[in-house]
Design a protein around this ligand. Structure first.
Ligand code: PMP
Length: 418
């Protein structure tokens, strides 16, 4: 053969922006000496390891042929039943057939992008929002339009103006303990969002992986519980933050026609989520009281969050603001103008502490002075030690010169614990 013709390049949607200072810095956060507030990980010492192992043991010894076999795309009937019963108890009447099991809530997002979005369609999102959702909509070729938020979440007047102008097909929203801000949308705003969806005719993806991690205050009804939007809202849930993310189990609750389309789309992705993991989760949920299990988890997260919130005023430069979440995993902070948290990340890591710069969570122009801190994985004394190191970084007079302006699109991150 004289000449080899190179293969075609990657599809446009798969071409990432290449190397990244942030990615390199975050890779260093895995070093044991770094106290990392960067990950979005549940505390591993609080996993219910013994009971999860027992659930796997039982299903593997009692029905190995079933749980090691292929199974239906919709998901394990027992698991759907257990989740439907949980939702119903929490005030959202649900039938197992309303649900399909997904490989994490993340797959639910991918299924919605596949079934609802044509290239060029508009998706409106909170600004800032979950960065892997931005990646997902970007890969689908959607045009993502940000909607301003305040310390209670999406601003309804701004949403009304934007949906009238942009005619979106989908609103993606994380109303409870949002990632990255930790904010929770009040009941009346949820109702207003439901009414806007009815009035303007758009879908809502209501993503709620953190709602069960409430350690203060009262639960707020889901958007999908409002009659106006019940035929156009998809509720995405997950066992990642309440059981174990490694099991990769989530679910979506959607109107029938959309759910059927998602089932077909899932067949092309992975046929079904792992049979044995679903069976073990179903067994776990029927044999254990998850609410009772979550009591010590929420108590630990509350203590860790409060430690962070108590110390932050001594850590962040004067003029900074930050969120005060009632649950979930994240605090969002905004330093005074002029700081560039992406540029400071390498210094932070060199000093043995890490966070996620805020920029990648923005769909529109990023505020470089923002950052996300996760409070879940360290005990209070370690949180205090990490924050002392962070204070050193912020108070060392490092004002961003712009010279090291770290590129910070969603592609700047690898996926674990986003
Ligand atoms: N949505 C949000 C808002 C998240 O923060 C995450 C996880 N970081 C997911 C979805 C995906 O969760 P899962 O592990 O269920 O795929």
């Amino acid at each position: 053969m004289e000449r080899r013709v190179p293969p075609p390049s990657l599809a446009e949607r798969a071409v990432s922006t290449g190397g990244s200072v942030i990615r390199e810095a975050l890779a260093l956060t895995a070093r044991p000496e770094v106290i990392s507030f960067a990950g979005g990980l549940p505390a591993p010492e609080l996993f219910d390891t013994d009971n999860i192992r027992a659930a796997y043991d039982r299903v593997l010894s009692e029905s190995p042929h079933r749980v090691l076999q292929y199974s239906v795309t919709e998901g394990d009937p027992g698991l759907r039943e257990a989740i439907a019963a949980r939702l119903s108890r929490q005030g959202l009447p649900s039938h197992p057939d309303d649900l399909m099991i997904t490989t994490g809530a993340q797959q639910g997002l991918a299924l919605l992008a596949t079934t609802l979005l044509n290239p060029g369609d508009v998706v409106v999102v909170e600004e800032p929002t979950y960065l892997a959702a931005l990646q997902c909509f970007g890969l689908a070729g959607a045009r993502v339009v940000p909607v301003p938020t305040d310390d209670q979440g999406i601003v309804v007047d701004a949403l009304a103006t934007i949906v009238a102008r942009e005619r979106p097909r989908l609103l993606y929203i994380v109303p409870t303990f949002q990632n990255p801000t930790g904010h929770t949308l009040p009941a009346e705003r949820r109702h207003a969002v439901a009414r806007l969806a009815a009035e303007h005719g758009f879908w809502i993806a209501e993503d709620d992986p953190y709602g069960e991690l409430r350690f203060r205050g009262e639960p707020v009804p889901w958007i999908t519980a409002h009659e106006e939007a019940s035929d156009r809202t998809v509720l995405l849930g997950s066992l990642s933050k309440v059981l174990a993310p490694g099991m990769r189990l989530g679910w979506l609750r959607a109107p029938v026609a959309l759910r059927r389309a998602c089932v077909l789309a899932k067949q092309s992705l992975d046929l079904h989520s792992s049979t044995v993991d679903q069976a073990a989760a179903a067994r776990y949920l029927t044999e254990h009281d998850l609410d009772a299990r979550l009591v010590p988890v929420k108590a630990a997260y509350k203590e860790r969050c409060d430690t962070l919130l108590t110390t932050l005023p001594h850590v962040l430069p004067e003029g900074s603001t930050w969120s005060r979440p009632d649950g979930g995993m994240f605090v969002w902070a905004r330093l005074p103008d002029g700081f560039d948290t992406a540029a400071l990340l390498l210094d932070a890591v060199t000093n043995g502490v890490a966070y996620v710069p805020g920029a990648p969570f923005f769909a529109g122009p990023a505020n470089p002075a923002t950052l996300r801190l996760s409070f879940t994985t360290h005990h209070p004394p370690e949180i205090d030690r990490g924050l002392k190191r962070l204070a050193g970084v912020f108070h060392a007079g490092h004002r961003a010169s712009g010279a090291r302006g770290a590129e910070a699109g969603p592609a700047a991150f690898s996926s674990a614990g986003t």
